[in-house]
Design a protein around this ligand. Structure first.
Ligand code: PAF
Length: 287
């Protein structure tokens, strides 16, 4: 496994790889790797002959009161995981390498960030697109994978790929869960015992909304959401949002059309930790 910190270094390495005709697959991460990332690496290894993992805690996607400085950094463990999983190259630039000067150009996103995480984390997705755009230009991957847990991120990157004509095929990775249903996330490390115990309730609420709206499409989506929000609040989880949105444009849904694709998504504040989760509706019960 090759480890590279500089953009010039990674370009030199990948130039040779590309000229051998290999398929380059990118797994972008912010490190603190867990089984969710392992799933992404393994899925990528099925499709790409040369897998690149990037590890970079990107400052431009954190708001001023967010956890940039506390974000877990576990470099040695990340290295070991990548090695065990047969990753070919790890790119772990520092901030000066990625942002040698204060960026003067930023992403303006219309519509797609008015709801869900975009609403409560202004500027976050602009920062994500900025760094992913840079990574696509540096690595020039044939394939890139992002997890379903960050579904709004996936939708925005997909849109950027289309609008900016990036020659990359995107793959979505499943959400990997703990035994009690909690979606794996590097931020789960922040939870104390009490917070950890109630954390799976978000997924529970999302599953319940999904079950109700897919089995009784005439139901008021709003009523179903309010009921589940109350349940979460009663368990000391602060609601950021709980929503049913269209799969294609992430706009909130009022009436369910059986067979259409929706995303049931939510974010809660558990203690001081923000947790997100979602699932894609499945109408097989009624079709
Ligand atoms: O999903 C993440 O870990 C990050 O948002 C990403 C895509 C690596 C960009 O920093």
């Amino acid at each position: 496994m090759t480890e590279v910190q500089s953009i010039t270094g990674v370009r030199n390495e990948l130039g040779a790889v590309r000229s051998r005709g290999e398929t380059i697959g990118l797994v972008p991460t912010m490190g603190a790797l867990h089984d969710g990332h392992v799933h992404l690496i393994r899925k990528m290894k099925e499709q790409a002959s040369f897998v690149v993992v990037t590890v970079f805690v990107n400052p431009t996607q954190f708001g001023p009161n967010e956890d940039y400085s506390n974000y877990p950094r576990t470099r040695e463990r990340d290295r070991q995981i990548c090695e065990q999983e047969g990753v070919n190259l790890v790119f772990y630039p520092d901030v000066e390498e990625m942002y040698p000067v204060e960026p003067a150009i930023s992403f303006m996103i219309k519509g797609l960030t008015d709801h869900m995480c975009g609403k409560s984390r202004p500027g976050h997705f602009g920062g994500v697109l900025q760094v992913v755009n840079k990574l696509f230009n540096i690595i020039q991957p044939d394939l890139a994978i992002f997890g379903q847990k960050d579904i709004q991120q996936f939708a925005l990157i997909d849109r950027m790929v289309q609008e900016f004509n990036h020659p990359v095929r995107l793959i979505i990775g499943d959400t990997v869960r703990e035994a009690d249903g909690l979606a794996m996330s590097s931020r789960n490390a922040y939870l104390n015992k009490k917070e950890r115990k109630r954390a799976p309730l978000l997924y529970d609420a999302i599953k319940t909304v999904n079950e109700i709206v897919t089995s009784k499409p005439d139901v008021s989506v709003q009523d179903v959401l309010v009921e589940q929000e109350q349940r979460l609040k009663a368990n000391d989880l602060k609601i950021d949002y709980l929503a049913v949105v269209n799969f294609y444009d992430l706009q909130p849904v009022v009436h369910i059309v059986p067979g259409s694709r929706y995303i049931v998504a939510g974010a809660v504040i558990n203690g001081t930790t923000r947790l997100i989760d979602n699932l894609i509706t499945d109408f097989k019960q009624i079709s």
